[in-house]
Design a protein around this ligand. Structure first.
Ligand code: GLV
Length: 387
């Protein structure tokens, strides 16, 4: 058994054990992948201030996200097709998150349905919503999330249409995969994945098959988004969804202070500074660079969270020290899932918590509430002087 010491170890195993189509789906950004790359590399530009001779005993990574207790402020982000990375993937990830004490967010485009995840977990999880054109479907899915006891709605604002990811088109991404000669040859080397998939019935988009009408190819993410997602989503519709939901609301995909101000006006509980992991607008700033101006604009009105680019506890520490109240990991937990199932997701969380805890201590801080900007060395032009 390989010794796992960091998220990259899990990524290597994920690549080895998962069909290429799904590994590539996880590991791509849109078009040139500039934003996808910079989400990660921009974290490296921020440095931590090492402090010494500070009592390090009695440390804790515990905190709150939207008022809910968390073992560390790191939630699992919504990731489409998670149940294709490993059989019953959403259930496995949700169970790992629940045991660890961090929020799990179920994607609308998941393989396991809301009801299925609720049945196999014992604590509330969060539900991520994509707004579909069909009003009946929309009302129905919000009601289903309420009935399942979901404790927050994460409304994604940056995917009314899909950014193009070249690899997905070239691989013919679908759930379940279509058995072309290339896919069969690939699956022959991923037999644990295949055997586990044969043992589950969860092979399609569980939240929407049987609930949404008139889709030409129900196995294709591209067809779903093109035919069903509502391109008319605007602030009026967001306010209407807030009314329909009536519970804690998180708005995901905010990258500019103007939009953050609008989000705060609508009255959400938190926003997520996110460029969708570099999967939507290629050429957008990295999330960590976009964070400070948004904190300056609305940090005193709503909780500001961040996703996109986090691959370590040091990255989490940098975002929190800058002022984010929470972070989300997507790829980092999917690597764990593809590598080792539920155990791998737990491993990813353990790796990040340990890195966060030890780095925090080496910066002379003992709790999440102690973190602040004084711990960081940020290049003067980090947020950029853009004309
Ligand atoms: C969303 O479902 C994505 O593929 O980024």
């Amino acid at each position: 058994m390989a010794v796992i010491t960091n998220i990259d170890d899990l990524k290597r195993l994920h690549k080895k054990r998962t069909p290429k189509m799904f590994y590539d789906y996880c590991e791509s950004g849109s078009w040139t992948e500039q934003t996808f790359r910079e989400n990660v590399s921009d974290f490296d530009k921020i440095r931590l201030r090492q402090r010494v001779a500070v009592d390090m005993e009695g440390r804790s990574t515990a905190s709150k996200m939207i008022g809910q207790d968390v073992a560390m402020p790191v939630a699992l982000a919504p990731v489409g097709l998670t149940g294709m990375q490993r059989a019953d993937g959403e259930i496995k990830a949700a169970r790992a998150a629940e045991k660890f004490g961090v929020p799990f967010t179920l994607s609308t485009m998941s393989i396991c349905s809301i009801e299925d995840v609720a049945e196999h977990t014992s604590k509330p999880f969060w539900f991520q919503l994509y707004v579909m054109r069909d009003q009946e479907f929309l009302k129905n899915i919000i009601q289903r999330a309420k009935d399942a006891g979901c404790s927050a709605l994460v409304l994604t604002l940056d995917l009314q249409i899909l950014g193009q990811r070249h690899k997905d088109l070239k691989n013919g991404l679908s759930a379940p995969p279509k058995l072309t000669p290339a896919v069969i040859a690939d699956l022959a080397t991923k037999w644990t994945w295949g055997l586990e998939m044969l043992r589950t019935k969860r092979h399609g988009f569980g939240n929407i098959i049987g609930h949404a009408k008139g889709v030409d190819d129900p196995s294709s993410l591209f067809t779903w988004t093109a035919e069903q997602f509502d391109p008319r989503l605007d602030w009026g519709k967001i306010a209407a969804i807030k009314e329909m939901w009536g519970g804690p609301l998180i708005l995901k995909g905010v990258m500019e202070p103007e939009d953050a101000t609008m989000a705060a006006k609508v009255g959400c509980d938190a926003i997520i500074v996110s460029n969708h992991g570099g999967r939507q607008l290629d050429g957008a700033l990295s999330s960590i660079r976009a964070l400070q101006p948004i904190l300056d604009a609305v940090g005193d009105q709503v909780d500001v969270h961040l996703d996109s680019g986090i691959r370590s506890g040091q990255d989490v520490l940098k975002a929190l020290a800058m002022g984010a109240k929470g972070t989300f990991i997507g790829r980092a937990f999917v690597y764990g899932l593809g590598a080792m199932g539920e155990e791998g997701v737990t491993k990813a969380l353990e790796v990040i918590q340990k890195e966060l805890d030890v780095s925090m201590a080496l910066c002379g801080r003992k709790t999440i509430a102690d973190l602040d900007r004084d711990m960081l060395k940020i290049p003067e032009d980090f947020a950029g002087r853009w004309a």
